[in-house]
Design a protein around this ligand. Structure first.
Ligand code: 13P
Ligand code: SF4
Length: 303
């Protein structure tokens, strides 16, 4: 453990803080986190923690969800640059226009959206539960955003008509995976299983052996008998996979699949976040109470 890591742990104790980290965070941050997980697991932790301060090592929409689900806590995000580009693709005003265009059609928003948009939808979902949430909605037509690839995946798995909003929303990291590259890797490692995230394009998901959220991939990797796995998601997950499965080999499907927003969080910034209690994530009471209903409905549906 480095001096800086020790200083962070001392400060964390002194301030009664908890460090929550997403699976894509840098290894040195994963190593000092109290909890590492995918979006739904981080929501649950944020809801249940008794700590006074939550230092959220993830991107903007995740830290906002922590505020929405536990508004009495002080939620800090160590970097102002941790902005998920997909969440910016669905401004609340634009979403409202689409809701008006499809009156009576239920709306499901991926958690990768900002609080203002979440406040307008009927229910939220994460990559771990999108199929289940849409299945439970008593309608054959659903307005779904902002990821058009996740929308297509949900449409295929549920058989429902999924209307993507906006048309063509995407994650800049997961569109970097290409079917041809994956087929070549499968040829090179014939014993390996391919895991991908549902934010990947449909033709990539088609050639995968497993599709799931980041933590679902961790569980799959642990449980499968396969000794080699090709990983079709952001490379940060590979650190956790290797740590938890030292006897298995993990092959990045694309070593350039890096989420720069996630990587803006560094140990130095986590230290300063704790020391100076910066940068506090805030939302209006109105947004919090409306978005809370959409997030809590998701938690209720999947529990
Ligand atoms: P998970 O919920 O699967 O961790 O996904 C979050 C995310 O932003 C994927 O790009
Ligand atoms: Fe957003 Fe994609 Fe980064 Fe996930 S990997 S936080 S969806 S940009």
């Amino acid at each position: 453990m480095t001096e800086l890591q020790k200083k962070i742990l001392d400060l964390k104790q002194e301030k009664d803080a908890i460090i929550l980290a997403h699976n894509y965070q840098r290894p040195e941050i994963q190593d000092i986190a109290d909890f590492i997980g995918d979006s739904i697991e981080l929501c649950r932790k944020a809801m249940s923690t008794k700590a006074k301060i939550i230092v959220f090592c993830g991107v903007d929409f995740m830290a906002q969800s922590a505020v929405i689900l536990n508004p009495d806590k002080k939620v800090l995000i160590p970097s102002k640059g941790a902005l998920c580009p997909m969440a910016q693709m669905l401004p609340a005003d634009y979403f409202k226009l689409w809701q008006e265009r499809y009156p009576g059609v239920p709306t499901v928003l991926y958690v990768n959206t900002l609080g203002e948009a979440k406040a307008l939808c009927d229910v939220c979902c994460t990559s771990a539960n999108a199929v289940k949430v849409v299945e439970k909605i008593p309608s054959e037509r659903v307005l779904f955003g902002p990821d058009s690839h996740l929308a297509a995946y949900v449409a295929k798995r549920t058989g429902k008509e999924i209307i993507p909003v906006p048309e063509g929303g995407y994650c800049p990291v997961h569109v970097l995976f290409e079917k041809e590259d994956l087929l070549k890797l499968k040829q090179k490692y014939p014993q390996a299983l391919l895991m991908v995230h549902p934010e990947c394009p449909a033709e990539v998901i088609e050639v995968a052996d497993f599709t799931g959220s980041t933590s679902q991939m961790c569980r799959f990797a642990k449980e499968t008998e396969a000794k080699q796995l090709i990983v079709g998601t952001e490379i940060g997950l590979i650190y956790r996979l290797r740590k938890e499965n030292p006897d298995k080999e993990f092959i990045p499907a694309n070593p350039e699949a890096i989420c720069t927003a996630m990587k803006t969080i560094t140990l130095e910034k986590v230290y300063l976040a704790l020391k100076e209690e910066r940068y506090e994530v805030t939302l209006s009471d109105e947004i919090i109470s409306k978005a809370q209903q959409s997030l809590e409905k998701m938690v209720e549906i999947v529990s």
